[in-house]
Design a protein around this ligand. Structure first.
Ligand code: SF4
Length: 491
């Protein structure tokens, strides 16, 4: 799961915050995606009804996952494919490596697959001496850069055109112009060659239709179609939750996914694959393998986090997240970034290692609002935090600080005295605008990133009481003749 050598989220976030190119690129892309989604929702109409329908389908599927997994596997096998259930990352990788070995593969082309990133599959294939080429343009860019994806649907969202031109120029051995047509022309030339030479094509799976055993891929570049058609072997890798029961259900998902992801009515290509090439087919692979990956997903079933399995990986939650906006995807340190990553990564990778992620949120709930299948992401983040507190895994300083806070706020007289004392103690540390900057102790980190205003000269409670006293005094003032109760002169 880990994609960064730097183990502290705070350090990674600081590095990202200092990178103005990254921040500008992420901001621009986020705005483009968000506007596109808003327009696409309005154009479709009844967006809330579509979301509820999507949520119902995902809930039903996940609640009956064992049944649909079996149905899917049976149908893929009926179609002539091979199905493998991989309980762990190791099992999934070993299977793909074994197929590559048996096929004597020297080159593999891949279309975008987040689950293969999760498995670090490229590394294992490269160790076998296989040349792996990512064929999604964004994935190709980050492969050349030696970086992991920084967004679920736009893996190179953090790169601008100049940086991409530098990467491509390195491969070309000459300086390429940084205009989009030249860059895409160069990538196309490189990738076409790779498609023609590949022995195996590896794809992800946006949805698997259980009733017919069909893998569905949505893409905009046509690379998925070439990956699944030209090489003699196709291996599709899917997370165990990526099932829809029927084609009618898929129809709903295809209304939600492209609109939420890129603001498109439909992607340029929707590819449906039901097994290997049949005798009457003009093209297609000789062999088709479906690797269904658990890797911790099935442990989420029946827990408070089950809704996270409804995710259709559209990336909409990333596009509205204020934290993602400032730090991009790499700072999360995991394959899955943004709000979905903050919920999912600790579940798949373990809370001990990923304990910081649920705290990288302002809990504004914009992600939950954006999610096309209504996953309550902010509530799941609170659930993670609650669990950390219940298990007593938060730092002792934080635990004692909250205990002390509770002790004080449940004693009103003490609380008011404490606020007055806090003002006196903090006043020397305040700047001209009344913002406190603490340079030592646990508050140092807090005030480095946030404003800590000096407590007001008079607390609200003190002001309220004072106003009450003044009002009472006014009520008891003797009235002069001709004045009403409120001091008005009567007619
Ligand atoms: S959690 Fe929702 S918004 Fe985020 S990627 Fe998944 S489906 Fe999309």
């Amino acid at each position: 799961m880990r994609t960064s050598a730097e183990r502290s989220f705070a350090r990674r976030a600081q590095q990202a915050l200092a990178d103005s190119t990254l921040r500008a690129a992420v901001r621009k892309a986020q705005e483009r995606f968000r506007t596109g989604k808003r327009n696409a929702e309005a154009e479709l109409g009844h967006w809330e009804a579509w979301r509820r329908l999507g949520e119902a389908i995902r809930r039903h599927t996940i609640e009956n996952l064992d049944f649909y997994l079996e149905q899917l596997a049976d149908n893929v096998e009926k179609n002539g494919g091979t199905v493998v259930f991989a309980a762990t990352e190791r099992e999934a990788v070993d299977y793909v490596v074994q197929v590559a070995r048996e096929e004597g593969a020297r080159r593999v082309v891949k279309s975008k697959s987040m689950v293969s990133e999760e498995l670090h599959l490229n590394r294992a294939l490269e160790a076998l001496g296989v040349d792996v080429v990512e064929t999604d343009l964004g994935e190709y860019i980050i492969q050349l850069a030696g970086e992991p994806p920084s967004h679920i649907i736009a893996p190179s969202i953090h790169k601008n055109r100049r940086q991409i031109a530098e990467l491509f120029s390195r491969v070309a051995g000459e300086a390429l112009p940084d205009d989009t047509p030249s860059l895409t022309r160069f990538a196309r030339r490189q990738l076409r060659r790779a498609f023609l030479e590949a022995d195996i094509g590896i794809t992800g799976c946006n949805f698997a239709v259980a009733e017919t055993g069909t893998i569905v891929l949505v893409s905009n570049e046509g690379n998925a179609r070439l990956t699944t058609t030209l090489p003699r072997v196709h291996i599709a890798i899917m997370g165990a939750e990526r099932i829809v029961p029927t084609w009618d259900d898929l129809d709903v998902m295809l209304h939600l996914l492209p609109r939420s992801a890129t603001g498109q009515k439909i992607t340029s290509y929707v590819t449906a694959i039901s097994g290997p090439r049949r005798a009457q087919d003009a093209d297609g692979p000789e062999a088709f393998h479906l690797v269904i990956v658990d890797n911790g997903r099935l442990d989420i079933l029946g827990t408070a986090y089950q809704d996270v399995l409804h995710c259709i990986r559209c990336g909409a939650c990333l596009n509205v997240c204020p934290v993602y906006r400032h730090i991009g995807g790499h700072a999360y340190g995991s394959v899955y970034s943004g709000p979905i990553g903050k919920v999912l990564t600790p579940l798949l990778g373990g809370m001990d290692e990923w304990h910081e992620l649920p705290h990288a949120s302002s809990l504004c709930a914009a992600c939950s609002e954006a999610c096309p299948v209504r996953i309550p992401l902010h509530e799941l983040l609170i659930e993670h935090r609650t669990e950390q507190v219940t298990r007593g895994t938060r730092p002792w300083a934080e635990r004692w600080a909250f205990r002390l806070y509770r002790w004080v706020v449940t004693r009103p007289a003490l609380y008011r005295r404490a606020v007055r004392w806090a003002r006196r103690l903090l006043a020397p540390l305040a700047d001209g605008e009344g913002k406190v900057r603490v340079q030592i102790g646990p508050l140092k980190g807090w005030t480095a990133q946030r404003d800590l205003p000096l407590p007001a000269r008079q607390s609200f409670l003190d002001w309220w009481e004072e106003e009450g006293r003044k009002e009472a005094a006014r009520q008891h003032e003797p009235r002069t003749e001709g004045e009403g109760r409120d001091g008005e002169r009567s007619a």
